[in-house]
Ligand binder design. Structure first.
Ligand SMILES: Cc1ncc(C[n+]2csc(CCOP(=O)(O)OP(=O)(O)O)c2C)c(N)n1
Ligand SMILES: [Mg+2]
Length: 895
């Protein structure tokens, strides 16, 4: 409950007048009771607002429609025709699921979600959603489980045939299969935004609407005609990603965004809020976050009852009934509704005395009423200054029969009995003969039918069919040499790859052709990565500009915010940053402008924190760079367990669209960025680059010459330095990557100086890419056993040499192990398994056995395994290097 204690602190210029008004109120409460006083107070608030008094908004309003019936605009379409169209779409949406499951039991699919949401979509398709003819159109995030209804509409439009509907959830045969949910990766001309992982559509839609504004404010695209629509489930609203960015949408005034939350009061297992009211809870949430809220709770059949409710009993009953009870009314029939909803209050019983029990069942929820939905959408698109959410109350599995409708297992229903299907056909009034019912046939009225013509006309008037994803050819200009030539030259002073990256970003943003397309995204960590000079150079995006003088305005590098600012400084939200990354990385398709996002983050808070969104970006066919900064379990010293990342490369390897690299040197990093830009933006590959960068300073070497170097950087492995041939001793090959390359180079010196061993140095930029290519080659060889085997890059580089190999990195040993099957000499891997610790870099590297001494010791052991040195030589080396062979790491987890 809100406390009014603060009033004591606000001066009152006329206490007598205040006391008079309060006495008036007290008299009213005494005479008429608290209900009347409540009404009076709300009337006073409404009047005050009319008079321009700035009052706080109510968190919730009564459980009735926000829009008065008398304020509803007249429905602009042919309602009877649209109802017929909806019937056909609903039938085929169910038929495709039923048929798929009959043919392939267990293939799955959903009947109940679309059944509850059909009217919400149909009003949008017929009257609001803008297609792509002549512009980008609207961006629509469909609820994943409603996909059958969206396919079914495309079928009525003639965009999908029966054969294709019959391939719902059967994709392996290639083109023509229909993915279970909105997956642009698998149906790239149709779906735009992957949504089915609950919550990701929500946050994605907010950042899409915000990115539309960003593109507009930066004059990269005119997005003024585009609206972002997102359809979410009421259960889905429990996801932190659904609710987490609501205030951003309000703060940035995103009135180009409309959410429709389908409040069917159910999720998968049962009621969303059986003991409460989800619509009311969400109203409070959204209103508190600054959204415009429109509730669509009751259909038109309730209008006369509400109009006749002189005592206010009906609204009170609506207010006090919990969702679990409303669900019961849906399944229990008219007599139950009469007894339990209307019955207890004589005035309410009287209100419906003229209605039969069947009439009571036909008192629909608002989300099934075209007129109410249309009124809500009209108000939403007209609303200025804030995003709008429509909370539409519906029934899950609406009219699908008693085994589905509003039952607790409704979500998983994928079968109907023949009787239910017949009843469904009758309810939809479709000319499907009884004998055909068992096969759940598709129904199409024909391309020349009034229904087909009507929707074709509606879609033509609204700019063409949806969903549709279009990739426009782009004009391409490569980055100029000035962008990265300095990195190939190396450095005379010690700099980290992070500092080099920050410089590369500044250079890229100065490139005449590409500069404006670069979108730096940082979650409050730019200073950590040395990217703060960008604040001044290109500005921080702020939709309303900078309304204050920054504390550092006198400084050369000030905190500059601007409406046309280029940096997306997201604040502390990795999820929001990833949503921005996706909007920016898909703009090549959404808005035909190939913006290139560089999302730079604390590597620990990347893949494991927002891994599902990285996965989603693959589905969305996003392009761009994920830059894992402060990487490496031991290189980020001092920060400890929750900061030291030694495993994100392993997670990255699991993501098919992610091409991951762990460069050791600035020239590698720069070459990777250039090649990445070429692959994604010139060649149009739908991939994402993940590059880890470190904060350890080192003198950066110059790019060695040779094709195997320039190619090897991208393939994942190249020889950085040959063995010192002046030294005649045994030879070992050392693989280093990332910051641990420095330890590898020191190990080379140790081996030479102390043990007379010569070491070749190899830079392993990507074990992940090496393995992927080797797997492709291996599969070919497996399938062609009678042909000369092909060789992977890795094999070509290493073959014919029996020198043993030691691989060391700041990542888990599983990384170098990825290529072990293709290595036929002793191969020892060193890495950073386990939780990180706080300590100095030196101590951590010794602890995890990835420092120069451990690498040199491992090299001696590798040589002994090869027979090049004796086992006692190796044991002596371990001792000489100061390694205690009995020492157990203190924090190794017991297994
Ligand atoms: C992150 C995530 N967790 C769980 C699921 C599995 N799941 C799919 S739909 C669903 C229930 C959806 O309920 P609601 O959001 O209310 O949508 P409705 O179908 O009722 O419209 C669940 C739990 C999922 N798809 N994503
Ligand atoms: Mg639901």
């Amino acid at each position: 409950m809100q406390t009014f204690d603060f009033l004591e602190q606000i001066p009152d210029a006329d206490p007598a007048d205040t006391a008079r008004l309060i006495a008036e109120l007290e008299r009213s409460v005494t005479a008429h009771g608290p209900e009347r006083a409540r009404l009076l107070m709300m009337r006073l608030m409404a009047r005050a607002r009319d008079l321009g008094v700035d009052l706080p908004t109510l968190a919730t309003t009564p459980y009735i429609n926000t829009i008065k019936t008398s304020d509803e605009p007249s429905f602009p379409g042919d309602e009877a025709m649209e109802t017929r169209i909806r019937h056909i779409v609903r039938w085929n949406a169910a038929a495709m699921v039923l048929r798929a499951n009959k043919e392939h039991p267990g293939i799955g699919g959903h009947l109940a979600t679309y059944a509850s949401a059909a009217s919400l979509y149909e009003v949008g398709f017929n009257h609001f959603f803008r297609g792509k003819v002549g512009g980008a159109g609207d961006q629509i995030f469909y609820q994943g489980h409603a996909a059958p209804g969206i396919y079914s509409r495309a079928f009525l439009e003639g965009r999908i045939g029966e054969a294709q509907l019959d391939r719902f959830r059967q994709e392996t045969e290639g083109p023509g299969g229909l993915p279970s949910y909105p997956h642009p990766r698998l149906l790239p001309d149709f779906w735009e935004f992957p949504t089915v992982s609950m919550g990701l559509g929500g946050i994605g839609s907010i950042y899409q609407a915000r990115y539309n504004r960003y593109l507009h404010n930066r004059s990269l695209a005119d997005t003024s005609a585009s609206r972002v629509w997102a359809f979410l489930g009421d259960g889905e609203m429990d996801e932190p990603e659904s609710a987490g960015a609501l205030t951003l949408a309000a703060r940035e005034g995103l009135d180009n965004l409309t959410w429709v939350v389908n409040c069917n009061l159910q999720r998968l297992d049962g009621p969303v809020r059986g003991n409460g009211k989800i619509v009311q809870e969400l109203e409070g949430l959204f209103r508190g976050a600054g959204w415009n809220v429109i509730k669509v709770i009751w259909a038109r059949e309730w209008d006369p009852l509400l109009a006749a409710d002189e005592t206010g009993d009906l609204v009170r009953k609506m207010d006090s009934t919990v969702d679990g009870e409303f669900q019961k009314y849906t399944v229990a029939g008219g007599a139950y509704i009469r007894e339990h909803f209307f019955g207890p209050e004589p005035a309410l019983a009287q209100l419906v005395a003229h209605l039969s029990d069947e009439d009571l069942v036909r008192l629909r929820r608002g989300g099934h009423d075209y007129r109410k939905i249309h009124a809500a959408y009209s108000a939403a698109v007209a609303h200025k200054g804030a995003p709008t959410v429509i909370l539409a109350k519906t029934v899950k599995g609406w009219t699908l029969g008693p085994s589905v409708e509003a039952t607790n297992p409704a979500h998983q229903a994928k079968k109907l009995t023949e009787a239910e299907l017949r009843a469904f056909r009758d309810r939809l009034d479709l000319p499907i003969p009884d004998e055909k019912i068992p096969e759940a046939p598709y129904y199409h009225p024909g391309p020349a039918s009034p229904e087909a013509k009507y929707i074709a006309e509606r879609r033509a008037a609204l700019g063409g069919p949806l969903p549709s994803r279009v990739v426009h050819p782009s004009v391409w200009t490569a980055p100029q040499p000035a962008v990265d030539e300095e990195f190939a030259a190396g450095s005379s002073v010690a700099v980290s790859t992070t500092m080099a990256f920050a410089k590369l970003m500044r250079n890229l943003m100065r490139d005449p052709a590409l500069g404006k397309l670069i979108v730096p995204i940082v979650p409050d960590e730019a200073r950590t990565f040395g990217m703060d000079p960008l604040f001044k150079q290109v500005g921080i995006y702020a939709p309303f500009g900078q309304r204050y003088e920054p504390v550092d305005s006198e400084l050369l590098l000030s905190y500059r915010e601007s409406q046309s600012g280029q940096v997306l400084e997201e604040g502390i939200t990795e999820a929001g940053s990833m949503a921005s990354f996706q909007a920016a990385g898909t703009a090549y398709a959404t808005h035909a402008v190939g913006t290139i996002p560089f999302y730079v983050f604390y590597s620990m808070f990347g893949f494991q924190r927002v891994g599902d969104q990285v996965w989603q970006s693959g589905d969305a066919r996003a392009r761009g760079f994920l830059i894992g900064a402060t990487a490496g379990r031991t290189t980020l010293a001092g920060e400890g367990l929750q900061h030291d990342d030694g495993h994100s490369h392993l997670i990255a390897h699991a993501m098919p669209h992610v091409v991951a690299y762990d460069p050791a040197f600035a020239y590698e990093m720069a070459a990777l960025v250039r090649r990445g830009i070429t692959r994604m933006y010139e060649r149009g590959e739908d991939i994402v680059y993940y590059v880890t960068i470190y904060n350890e300073n080192q003198v950066q070497p110059a790019l060695p010459s040779g094709a195997s170097v320039t190619e090897g950087i991208h393939r994942g492995l190249y020889q950085f330095a040959a063995a010192d041939t002046a030294n005649a001793g045994a030879r070992v090959r050392l693989f280093g990557s990332g910051a641990i390359m420095g330890e590898v180079l020191k190990a080379r010196d140790l081996l030479r100086d102390r043990f007379g061993v010569q070491a070749e140095i190899w830079s392993a930029t990507s074990y992940s890419e090496l393995r992927r290519e080797a797997l492709v080659v291996e599969r070919w060889n497996r399938r062609h056993p009678d042909t000369t085997p092909r060789k992977a890059w890795l094999q070509e580089q290493l073959e014919g040499d029996r020198a043993p190999i030691v691989a060391a990195s700041d990542w888990m040993t599983a990384m170098p192990d990825l290529i072990a099957p293709w290595i036929d000499v002793p191969y020892l891997v060193l890495g950073t398994d386990g939780f990180g610790l706080s300590d100095t870099r030196e101590a951590l590297r010794a602890f995890f056995s990835v420092d120069a001494a451990h690498i040199a010791a491992a090299a001696m052991v590798a040589l002994s395994r090869n027979g090049d040195r004796s086992a006692s030589d190796a044991a002596a080396a371990i001792k000489e290097l100061g390694i205690d062979p009995e020492l157990q790491p203190v924090f190794v987890l017991d297994r």
